[in-house]
Design a protein around this ligand. Sequence first.
Ligand SMILES: Cc1cc2nc3c(=O)[nH]c(=O)nc-3n(C[C@H](O)[C@H](O)[C@H](O)COP(=O)(O)O)c2cc1C
Length: 260
Amino acid sequence: MEKQSFTIDVIYFSPTHSSGKTAKAIASGMGEPRRKIVDFTLDEKTDDILVGEGELAVICVPVYAGRVAPVAAERLSRLKADGTPAVIAVSYGNRDYDDALVELYDIAVAAGFKPVAAGAFIGEHSYSRKDMPVAAGRPDAADIEIAKRFGRDCMRKLLSGNVGNDLRLKGNRPYRDVKPSPPVAPHSTGDCAGCGECINVCPTHAISLSSGALQTDAEKCVRCCACVKYCPIGARVFDTPFTEFLYKNFSVRREPELFI
Ligand SMILES: Cc1cc2nc3c(=O)[nH]c(=O)nc-3n(C[C@H](O)[C@H](O)[C@H](O)COP(=O)(O)O)c2cc1C
């Protein structure tokens, strides 16, 4: 691969922006080549996206229950590559990423990519709250620096031509089993001013305005908590016992793990 003769496809699904920030940081560490953003967060289209020759992909998605977030897996299935090298990464909320990285590896290979390096990065947990923070504010400046350095090292690896099939990742196959969870969702409090920002940021269009009141379709909701985090007046809440559980058990800072 010759230097700067390609476009970097920066591909992510990222309701609360950690995966997107991480993907962009990895790409920025790769130098100055052309970039194309493929943001699946609000994109419910189903047509194929062809990734051709002369392209290099950086793919980052969130971990849900130790696996690739199902809605991310579904949206990534639109990608059709042809041996395109890919740097794959997951963003998880400081608990664990379990089998998500091997799952993403398999998804990338099935789509026709050749994964050349991988990373597990930390992002603020979707269920983090001000009074019970879990990885609050991450990825922070230190994480972004690590992601950029990783991008630079990935580029060196690619340019060296030394990209065999030797990528060893943490995680198991078969992937951990995820039991279906009951249909619960965030709700709006009486302070809601009806601005509709929650509707705009919901990746599955689970929120609608009906007869002047916000309705949330719990069957569609993936509990990403984008509506909670981006409500401008804090009038969206998600009450889950997981917040306290995570705060009590998974508050000790974890660091990114890189596989290159
Ligand atoms: C339904 C759900 C399940 C999650 N499961 C895990 C998990 O198993 N391990 C973990 O550390 N974080 C978990 N998280 C937290 C997210 O992985 C984390 O907040 C991630 O950075 C979100 O990515 P985004 O900001 O790109 O949306 C979960 C979040 C949600 C919404």
